[in-house]
Each structure stands twice: as C-alpha cells, then as structure tokens.
Design a protein around this ligand. Structure first.
Ligand code: NZQ
Ligand code: ZN
Length: 386
C-alpha cells in the first residue's frame, strides 16, 4: 500500500426524518442561502421539511440550478450572496446542486476578478463559505467529498475544482427522499457510483487487500440492490444501501493508498460538454471500451473483479478479464442504459478527434494510473465507443 493521509470532516446524518436536524447544524445567527434545482424538491415534500427546519432563521432561496450546473446561472446566485451578505449555504438536491453550492462557497471568498479562473487555472479552495447539504439523489458522492464539476456553455467546457475548503460541514442523507426519483436518474446514480469505484480499483495490484475488499463490497452491494431499487424506489432498506454505497464510493476512503485512474471521467466530461449526455451515461459508454483497450495493463485487477464480484471461475486471467468487461456492460444494459455513443447522438463522427484535441489543449496528455494514455489513445478509445 502507498503512504497516505486521510481526513474527511463532513458530518453525515443518515436516516428517516432527519432533515429537521438542519436546525442543530446551522448556527442560529447565520444568514442562509438555500440552493436547489429545477423544482423536484417542491413536489416530494423535501422543500417543506427544509423550510420547517429553517423556521426562525434568516434565509433566502435560489432555485433553478440546472443539471450540469451552469456558470452563468451561478453568477446570479453569487450576486445574491454578495448583496444579501449571506454567510452560510445550504444545498438541497443532487450532485449538480451540491457542486454548484461548492463553487459558490469558493467564489464567495475568491479575491480574483473572474470566478471561472478557479476552474480554468485549477486554483485549490483552501477556505470557503461554510455550507451543508440535504442529498436528494444518490450518485456523485459530492455530499461527502471536496470536489465539484461546473459547466460553461459559452465555451463548451466542463471543469472540475476542489480543495479542503469544499467538504460540506454536514450532509443529511434521508433515503426516503429518493422515492420520487425517476428511473433515468436511478440508473444514472447506480452507474456513476459503480464507475467511481472502478476508477479507484481497476488499475494494478498493489497488495492493498482491505481497499480492494471495500471497493468490491460496494460494487457487490450496488449489483444486488440495483434491480430492487430500480423497480421500487420506496423500498426503504434498498434505498438505504443505495444511498450509502454512493456516498462511500467517492468520499476519499477507497482511493487511499492505491493508484487511481479517472480517465473514464476525463473523457466522459467532454461528451457531456459536447452533447449534453448525462454524466453517468458517458461513463457507461466509455468504461467498457477503456477497459478493453487497456486490458493488458489492467487484466489482473479485471480478473480479480470478475472472480470476486461476478463469481467467474473459468478461464485464464485474460479470459476472466474479458468476461468481467462483458458482465459490466451487460449490467449497464440490463439497467436500461445504452453503452454506445451512436445510441445518444447521430452526429458522433469526429467525436474522437474533438475529445482528444480538447484534452490535449488542456495539457491532459498523460491520463490513467500509469500516465500512459495519450491523446492518440483517447482517440482510439472514443472511436471504439461509437
Ligand atoms: O433539478 P431538480 O428538479 O431537483 O431535478 C433533478 C435533476 O433533474 C432530479 N432529482 C434530484 N433529486 C430528485 C430528483 N428528481 C426527483 N426526486 C428527487 N429526489 O435529478 C436530475 C439530475 O440531478 P443532478 O443533480 O444533475 O444529478 P447527479 O446527482 O447525477 O449530478 C450530476 C452532476 O454531478 C457531477 C456531474 O458531472 C454532473 O454535473 N459530478 C460530481 C462529482 C463530485 N462532486 O464529486 C463526481 C461525479 O463524477 C460527477 O462528475
Ligand atoms: Zn462520476
């Protein structure tokens, strides 16, 4: 195992009827801005619970944050934060609302002229305005990590940011909030979390047995609950496992002491920026091709994953690795998610060149756990994904 340091300061409050606990976490004298998305919280009872918890607080609201949070929309929220002297943010939503809130928490204290520079110039956020979250969509793990991804339509960019200042102070995880999630977003959540684990696991063996088994247990649990929660979002026990898997998949724990890849996400973000394809679906398109392309480098971990997660017993390391990739793609397809780019857009020709050029322009010319994925490899992987 590699050396590591691990600190995750986010307090998790998990379970039924816990949204009311906002009032024990946010200081009573705070001036709060409540941030939310396109309105799902207004129809599933979450909004009422948040407002009731905030009774007695001085607060304002900002709704309408779109999926793939858009920079120009966030600048309007930043204006309100400044004009109203807001000093505490509360995100109520999925990854997009939470990421938006992280951006705002950073931008609110940013001294530079153009807040986009935080993303463009990769400026780490050491301190930010304090914020908490109420998670309504298990998927990204944003509720317990210090990363965010923001989109800027004007320039066709989707960029990440992060830093120790961006951990939520608290996150409320009430699995009952997922009852209203439509099938498409449940599928997205399962695939996003599953791919988060794969990105931190499907590298090369490093004798980190506990990390491997943490990762495998999250994937096994997701596979087990996927058909249950897809069929019935009001199954509370399955909702609990689903929500906790998604959080554990990307809260920093399983990546400690081990190599990580993240090339699938790097390529996937470009497909979202180009075609607006849901984040998780871009991962479902690229992951099987990426693993096939890097089979030689990744075959030991792919075979171990095949054996331990999918119960494969027959074949050589290479054969098990191949079967494991096929199992993964079949899992995504059985959930109802298409895994070819041409199933999402008719104008896919030329995408490989465009993605390779976009990553190269950003200086991302050595992706993956071995830093050996060049723009020409990216081009081939995306071509295989057509
Ligand atoms: O906007 P509303 O009306 O709330 O509807 C949302 C949205 O349309 C809806 N929704 C959320 N909770 C619901 C619900 N509908 C019914 N009932 C509920 N309880 O779901 C839709 C999608 O929401 P969104 O927040 O966009 O989804 P997700 O959580 O998948 O977040 C995706 C964003 O997170 C980024 C992605 O790139 C993308 O921008 N990611 C963030 C990461 C992080 N911060 O660590 C890591 C990930 O890899 C990812 O990149
Ligand atoms: Zn993701």
């Amino acid at each position: 195992m590699n050396n590591f340091e691990f600190k995750n300061p986010t307090k998790i409050i998990f379970g039924k009827n816990t949204i009311i606990k906002i009032s024990t976490e946010i200081p009573k004298d705070a001036k709060v801005l409540v941030l939310y998305g396109g309105g799902s919280i207004k129809t599933n009872g979450v909004y009422e619970q948040v407002i009731s918890a905030l009774s007695g607080y001085n607060f304002k609201e900002f709704g309408g944050i779109p999926a793939n949070p858009e920079y120009s929309v966030l600048l309007k929220a930043l204006d309100i934060i400044k004009k109203e002297n807001i000093n505490y943010l509360l995100a109520v939503g999925g990854g997009s609302v939470i990421d938006a809130t992280k951006f705002l928490a950073s931008a609110a204290l940013y001294k530079g002229e153009e807040p986009w520079d935080i993303l463009k110039n990769n400026i780490r956020t050491e301190t930010a305005m304090p914020f908490g979250t109420v998670l309504t969509l298990p998927a990204t793990g944003s509720e317990m990590n210090s990363g965010a991804v923001i989109t800027r339509e004007e320039t066709g960019e989707k960029l990440g940011m992060g830093g120790p200042g961006l951990f939520p102070q608290f996150s409320i995880l009430d699995p009952e909030a997922i009852k209203s999630i439509p099938p498409r977003q449940i599928q997205n959540g399962i695939i996003d979390a599953f791919t988060h684990v794969m990105e931190q696991y499907m590298t090369y063996p490093i004798q980190a047995k506990l990390q491997d088994r943490f990762a495998e247990s999250i994937m096994q649990t997701l596979i087990e609950i996927a058909p249950v929660i897809s069929k019935d979002t009001s199954n509370y026990e399955a909702a609990c496992d689903f929500m906790w898997c998604c959080t554990m998949a990307l809260n920093g724990l399983i990546q400690k002491g081990v190599p990580t890849d993240w090339a699938i996400h790097a390529m996937g973000h470009e497909l979202t920026a180009m075609y607006g394809i849901d984040h998780a679906r871009t991962l479902a398109i690229i992951a099987p091709r990426h693993y096939r392309y890097k089979l030689e480098n990744k075959k030991e971990k792919l075979a171990q994953y095949g054996e331990r997660v999918w119960g494969l017993t027959v074949g050589s390391t290479e054969e098990k690795a191949e079967q494991a990739i096929a199992k993964t793609e079949a899992f995504f397809n059985e959930l109802g998610v298409a895994t070819k780019l041409s199933q999402y857009t008719e104008s896919y020709q030329g995408t490989a060149e465009k993605v390779a050029a976009a990553l190269e322009a950003r200086g991302w010319i050595a992706l993956g756990e071995r830093k050996d994925i060049t723009p020409s490899d990216v081009k081939k992987i995306i071509e295989m994904s057509y």
